[in-house]
Design a protein around this ligand. Structure first.
Ligand SMILES: NC(=O)c1ccc[n+]([C@@H]2O[C@H](COP(=O)([O-])OP(=O)(O)OC[C@H]3O[C@@H](n4cnc5c(N)ncnc54)[C@H](O)[C@@H]3O)[C@@H](O)[C@H]2O)c1
Length: 292
């Protein structure tokens, strides 16, 4: 099997995408530490022969517990998938400090603390590893009502690129995954909710245009990329932001200067105003799904 002998941690693996990742990694031979705040992680762990750790991702103590559990139960650590997540959507002027901090704590701090503890262990082992950081289209483009979430997810992609540099010599790959799948989380998105509910009600798969154009499919669709990134077949793949969902697999571009203009001796505000229209402005926000 592709992943036999490998040991993985998946955070937020009690349900949704995280559960699918844990199941897919185990199906391919990996031993998995199944983390969630919810006791449901015990069921998942029992089902796949893994070990549950019920604890909130965010604090450094949880991160250390996850790594210690991997080592104590299964002897080593090869793969970390930082997937745990919450939403606290509000427009900017209604977002409270608590809404902001809660999302930043789970996603951004949780990814940082878990990756740091994993990197320490993987560097000690000296046999490389794979850090798979779960990002989001919201972090790539911005999204209405998601100040906290978009900021955290953009930060996660930036951390992936930074850690790919820092961990290259230790042969530890670091990639950001930008998933889209039908889950409890996506059911809160007004444009997706009716599509997902219809599919659940009828048992029919999501329509082909949704899978292809919107890249919205099942959690199992996404888990194949996680298996690939955990495997030796992905050797050399690092520092990338990779999108997957439904029938789509995508490589996101690295932000780069798109067009450049020069003014000898520097720019004045009036000169910027005069020349601004020579730039082709970028779009922003996730486009609203439109049925063909
Ligand atoms: N569903 C999508 O289309 C989509 C798109 C982009 C990004 N994502 C990201 O994928 C990840 C999983 O999303 P999902 O749709 O499966 O969500 P979900 O809400 O179905 O599952 C998230 C899981 O994380 C757990 N969790 C929450 N806070 C935690 C904490 N502090 N510590 C440990 N576990 C915690 C929850 O209990 C839950 O089991 C999230 O990071 C999400 O932002 C999802």
């Amino acid at each position: 099997m592709k992943l036999s002998g490998k040991v993985a941690i998946v955070t937020g693996a009690g349900r949704g995408l995280g559960r699918a990742y844990a199941e897919a990694l185990a199906r391919n031979g990996a031993k998995v530490v199944v983390n969630d705040v919810d006791e449901v992680a015990e069921e998942v762990a029992a089902l796949i022969g893994g070990k549950a750790v019920i604890a909130p991702v965010g604090p450094a103590e949880t991160a250390q517990r996850l790594v210690d559990t991997a080592v104590e139960e299964f002897g080593r650590l090869d793969v970390l998938v930082t997937n745990a997540g919450i939403l606290r959507d509000r427009v900017l002027w209604k977002m409270s400090d608590d809404d902001f901090d809660a999302v930043i704590n789970v996603h951004l701090r949780g990814t940082f603390t878990c990756a740091r503890a994993a990197a320490v262990r993987m560097r000690e082992q000296g046999t490389g590893g794979s850090l798979v950081l779960i990002s989001s289209p919201a972090g790539q483009r911005g999204n209405f009502g998601q100040t906290n979430y978009a900021a955290a997810k953009a930060g996660i992609t930036a951390m992936a690129r930074t850690w790919a540099l820092e961990l290259a010599r230790s042969d530890i790959a670091v990639n950001a995954v930008v998933p889209v799948a039908a889950t409890e989380m996506t059911k809160t998105i007004p444009a997706f909710a009716p599509l997902i509910e219809e599919s659940e009600r009828t048992g029919a798969p999501l329509p082909a245009w949704v899978r292809r154009d919107e890249g919205l499919g099942t959690v199992e669709d996404v888990s194949e990329l996680i298996v690939h990134l955990a495997s030796d077949a992905a050797k050399g793949v690092t520092g990338q932001a990779i999108g997957i969902g439904g029938d789509r697999l995508a490589l996101w571009s690295h932000p780069a200067e798109k067009q450049v203009q020069f003014a000898d001796g520097g720019w004045t505000a009036p000169a910027i105003a005069e020349r601004w229209n020579e730039f082709e402005a970028e779009t922003y926000g996730i486009p609203v799904p439109v049925a063909p």
